[in-house]
Design a protein around this ligand. Structure first.
Ligand code: FE2
Length: 495
């Protein structure tokens, strides 16, 4: 039995008044449900004896009658009513056993409002479909309608799956913004789509189709309502357009984009190509696209924080190594600068140059594993000491190995001491067997080593270093890289 004006009736049973009130409010405000509350299992039983509910959420640990006992009695009184178990993380196993006893799902507390609402929506949707199936058993007409409905659902799932794959493929937010507007327009057959972020009280369009206005305050517009309610809105013809205040010529569907519980943007559709109003399916697809895009942006942001932290940690590790050896101070920075310049002359792509930018900085990171006595020894090194210092390429490779997306940087770290003729280390690789970016680093590294003060000698002149690099083209160095190095004119420009 549905209460007029609501999607369904939900009962929440929890002895923690804070939890049950929060759930009730979320399911009513965000989910659009009629909600009722009960303070324990006994209270809940009284409710289900006198009323029907579409979904019940119940806590497990409660005084008087706990969740398990309630579930058992509930299945006797109202066997078809779906019960969702609310559980703390530590009681997940109990929740699973509750599901074996007839609960239809469980939610771990604390949980996001959207997840709770989505659970109720899904259960209600399944019940509706089940109801249709039961009533359709003796009717061809209903069966046809049901088949059509199932086919439509299948198409929606296929479409959403395609959208999901496409969103995942676009790693950077910039590409994602552009793709999101395009996908949205296609998905809903809308001629106007805008995808923007809400920042400092303004709606800033990042990508749009058929929309001119790109940056405007949200105060007083229809978007303000969407942001405040954190819920989608459908606005009818004649209402003031959020873009320019003029009366709307067609309906607008605005979907809030959330990260955590905060609205950070809006995906807005207008002008359906066939002039129709937005259907329930349109809203469903738009909400799901919005969720997918939001979660991708959230992941990107988290990855960025993680990546920046990682970069900072690695940089401080390099700084530590350089601090141990005052002669090599800023060596990594200079090597990177030389190597990037060589790569640019050679016309390498952005990915390779980015790898050099970071990998160049990290190329000697393995020296963290080389003892001070060897690293800072002023005189000649023994054979054993040479072996130890050479290990820095392998140690560095091991340090960076667990980091995803660092494959190119690893090539630099491992192979920057290989020789073009195969006489280098650690793998005695030669010619094209050495990654190009590592061959570049090798020239840059040697040039800086020669032109810097070392524990065992003073800096050599730039002219001498350049002549030496030229002399070793084809043996130690790749002749192509040496030619590019000569074009960088470092011998004249770097003080
Ligand atoms: Fe090195």
């Amino acid at each position: 039995m549905l209460t007029v004006g609501t999607k369904g009736r939900v009962l929440i049973i929890d002895d923690d008044s804070g939890v049950r009130d929060m759930l009730a409010q979320a399911l009513s405000d965000v989910g659009g449900y009629h909600t009722e509350i009960a303070s324990d299992g006994l209270d809940g039983l009284e409710k289900i004896r006198s009323d029907e509910y579409d979904v019940i959420f119940t806590d497990l640990k409660m005084p008087r009658l706990n969740g398990m006992e309630f579930l058992k009695k509930c299945k006797e009184i109202s066997p078809a009513t779906p019960v969702v178990v609310l559980t703390g993380v530590s009681t997940t196993e109990i929740a699973v056993s509750a599901m074996r006893k007839g609960a239809c799902d469980f939610i771990t507390k604390p949980s996001r409002v959207e997840k709770i609402v989505a659970t109720a929506d899904r259960i209600l949707g399944e019940r509706k479909l089940f109801g249709q199936l039961t009533s359709a058993q003796n009717s061809d007409v209903s069966l046809k309608a049901l088949n059509a409905e199932l086919f439509k659902r299948l198409q929606e799932i296929v479409t959403l799956n395609a959208v999901s794959t496409d969103v995942d493929r676009h790693y950077e937010n910039k590409d994602l913004f552009a793709r999101a507007a395009g996908m949205a327009a296609k998905l809903l057959a809308a001629n106007e789509v805008s995808f923007g972020i809400v920042e400092d009280g303004r709606f800033k369009v990042k990508s749009a189709i058929g929309i001119r206005e790109r940056n405007f305050p949200v105060a007083g517009t229809l978007f303000e309502e969407v942001i405040e309610r954190k819920q989608y809105g459908v606005f009818d013809v004649g209402q003031p357009s959020p873009y320019d205040g003029a009366p709307l010529a067609s309906q607008i569907l605005a979907i809030p984009l959330l990260v955590g519980n905060e609205v950070f943007g809006i995906l807005c559709f207008s002008a359906k190509a066939d002039g129709s109003a937005f259907s329930e399916e349109d809203v469903y697809l738009a909400i799901n696209l919005g969720k997918k895009v939001s979660s991708k942006i959230e992941n990107n942001a988290l990855y960025e924080v993680f990546f920046n932290n990682l970069v900072d940690s690695l940089k401080s590790l390099v700084a530590t190594i350089e601090a141990r050896d005052s002669y090599t101070k800023q060596h990594s920075e200079r090597v990177t600068m030389y190597a990037v310049a060589i790569a640019e002359v050679m016309g390498l792509g952005k990915d390779d140059i980015d790898a050099i930018r970071f990998g160049g900085y990290l190329h000697d990171i393995g020296k963290i594993g080389v003892s001070d006595t060897v690293l800072l020894k002023p005189g000649r090194l023994t054979e054993e000491e040479i072996r130890e210092i050479r290990l820095h390429t392998v140690i560095g490779d091991e340090i960076v190995k667990p980091i995803k997306f660092f494959d190119k940087e690893r090539e630099i770290i491992r192979h920057h001491h290989e020789h073009y003729n195969g006489n280098g280390y650690p793998d005695a690789a030669s010619g094209p067997g050495i990654p190009t970016i590592a061959r570049i680093l090798s020239v840059a590294d040697c040039y800086d080593a020669m032109t810097s003060n070392r524990p065992y000698r003073k800096a050599l002149t730039r002219e001498f270093a350049v002549a030496e690099i030229n002399r070793c083209a084809g043996t130690q160095f790749d002749p192509g890289v040496v030619r590019a190095f000569m074009e960088t004119k470092f011998d004249k420009e770097i003080p």
